[in-house]
Design a protein around this ligand. Structure first.
Ligand SMILES: C[S@@+](CC[C@H](N)C(=O)[O-])C[C@H]1O[C@@H](n2cnc3c(N)ncnc32)[C@H](O)[C@@H]1O
Length: 238
């Protein structure tokens, strides 16, 4: 064992000495590793109440079927707190305010409203902007928080009462934003709270943020459903 550790230490030293990053792309290797981890996760979470895997056709509107399934199963048309991270022009936010009719439900939307703060795959910083204007929502039960989550979430949480059932909608696309939000809301999560992911099967972004978060905080969760080959996923905190 001692010899093995000694040899491993030497090999590591040589790797750094020879500038190993010039021969092995960190991005490609970590991408392949994340793909393998995601594939394994999918195999371990196939028997769900709602799942279209494997589906040949991508249909974005199927995420609403997932919302409906979870709303009915978890009785979410109630006095819930709905928190959406990544609102953009308000499509999903508008859907949720229209669907949940309970007068005591509250809806909180977080976004820069000036677009992505970083590049995301083929999308560039600033894409998905709502033109710096807040979406119009025909409702009185909601509030928007404009700015980076990294600036708006801490002050919001300082006065937030976490006792009601929460529905968290993660639709910020980015690894950094997703990991930041999940980490900060962890102390506010309660058993039965639901989290939707809108780009779950992007291996280096939402999936990576989700697994690192769940592993780091020993989060116990149940997967409620998935659509578009796990592009959209819903989990419930145990
Ligand atoms: C895919 S869009 C949201 C789409 C919306 N939920 C819908 O279904 O119509 C992603 C949004 O996340 C926002 N976003 C990403 N990272 C953010 C961050 N760190 N702080 C604030 N907003 C962020 C972007 O500004 C963008 O508007």
């Amino acid at each position: 064992m001692k010899r093995l550790l000694f040899l491993r230490g030497k090999l590591k030293g040589f790797f750094f000495f020879l500038h190993g990053h010039r021969f092995f792309s960190a991005h490609i290797f970590s991408f392949v590793g994340s793909m393998a981890a995601l594939s394994k996760w999918i195999q371990n979470h196939k028997k769900l109440g709602h799942n279209d895997f494997y589906s040949f056709k991508f249909d974005y509107s199927r995420r609403e079927q997932l919302f409906e399934h979870v709303i009915k199963q978890e009785e979410l048309d109630n006095a819930i707190d709905y928190l959406e991270f990544g609102v953009s022009k308000g499509d999903s936010f508008r859907w949720w305010t229209a669907r949940i009719r309970h007068p005591e439900a509250k809806f909180y939307g977080f976004d820069t409203f000036t677009g992505l703060p970083e590049d995301w795959g083929p999308f560039k910083k600033g894409d998905m902007s709502s033109g710096d204007s807040l979406p119009e929502i025909n409702d009185t039960r909601f509030q928007f928080y404009q700015g980076l989550f990294q600036q708006t979430l801490l002050p919001f949480l300082a006065t937030f009462d976490p006792s009601r059932k929460k529905v968290i909608h993660m639709d910020a696309d980015l690894y950094t934003a997703t990991l930041y939000v999940l980490t900060l809301i962890t102390p506010y999560l309660r058993s039965g709270d639901v989290i939707f992911f809108d780009e779950f099967n992007v291996p280096q972004h939402e999936f990576k943020a989700f697994t690192e978060w769940a592993n780091s905080f020993y989060i116990k969760y149940e997967v409620l459903g998935a659509v578009n080959n796990y592009y959209q996923v819903a989990i419930k905190i145990r």
